[in-house]
Design a protein around this ligand. Structure first.
Ligand SMILES: Cc1cc2nc3c(=O)[nH]c(=O)nc-3n(C[C@H](O)[C@H](O)[C@H](O)COP(=O)(O)O)c2cc1C
Length: 234
């Protein structure tokens, strides 16, 4: 039987957080390859391994950023353009309820408060949201797709794969931000990465070296206590 220092995995899990400002410092292709290779040990139902990953660096990253930041600005100026950006799937419910909406608001307003952005400052909110589409300055952007024929079970598998990437990166001193924001611009992302008609964009992810000096990266998110989500049966 394997034996590990259990503190190690706890430390990696507890030190991961979403990074929203990266250093302008490259990551070698081998490191990205290693991270993806380790992450691919994620379990999946019947071992079908439903993940497809597109790694963007250099020109492919820069040109996607140009396309999507422009589209996001245009959409902000004319919300009617939303018809050009159908979503491949709904990440969030259309009808929110408690406690989820409360936690979502706490998270969103908490981040804006830290950054000194107030409720009526829509322009600043847009600029902050726009940073998603620059991969927050990260040197590597990852796009994840799934074959559209697969079912919800594959999204369960996908979550494990994504978390493995984030933990493997954290263990190497790197940082990540998983990003559903990109799904809103799937119609631009999918042709850009050369994905086939059979694929659906799951999400994106920024990967790079964290900028520890940036205020945004001091944002720490709470979790509800175990007693709030566990029912012990005997
Ligand atoms: C699948 C997924 C999609 C997410 N999408 C975004 C996103 O588009 N932009 C963003 O800034 N954060 C995004 N997040 C980060 C969450 O806001 C963050 O995980 C949550 O607030 C908890 O904070 P932590 O990751 O720092 O622990 C996403 C997280 C997940 C798991």
């Amino acid at each position: 039987m394997n034996s590990f220092d259990s503190n190690l995995i706890d430390q990696v899990i507890e030190s991961r957080s979403s990074c929203r400002a990266f250093l302008d410092r490259d990551i070698g292709r081998e490191t990205v390859q290693d991270i993806l290779s380790v992450a691919s040990r994620a379990p999946s139902g019947s071992n079908i391994q439903p993940w497809q990953v597109y790694v963007l660096q250099g020109e492919s990253l820069k040109s996607l950023i140009e396309k999507v930041t422009q589209a996001h600005d245009a959409l902000n100026a004319d919300p009617g353009l939303i018809k050009n950006f159908p979503k491949p799937y709904e990440y969030y419910p259309t009808q929110w309820k408690s406690p989820y909406i409360d936690r979502r608001r706490e998270n969103g307003w908490g981040l804006y408060k830290l950054l000194g952005i107030e409720r009526e400052q829509k322009d600043k909110m847009h600029q902050q949201h726009q940073k998603n589409f620059t991969f927050f300055g990260a040197p590597v952007g990852l796009m994840f797709t799934v074959d559209t024929s697969l079912e919800k079970g594959s999204l369960i598998d996908y979550g494990m794969f994504l978390q493995n990437i984030m933990l493997t990166a954290t263990a190497r001193g790197l940082a990540t931000c998983p990003q559903a924001a990109w799904v809103n611009f799937s119609t631009l992302v999918m042709p850009h990465i050369g994905a086939s008609e059979d694929e659906t964009l799951v999400c994106g992810m920024s990967l790079g070296w964290p900028n520890e000096q940036e205020l945004v990266n001091t944002f720490k998110t709470p979790r509800v206590g175990v007693d709030e989500f566990v029912t012990w049966l005997s």
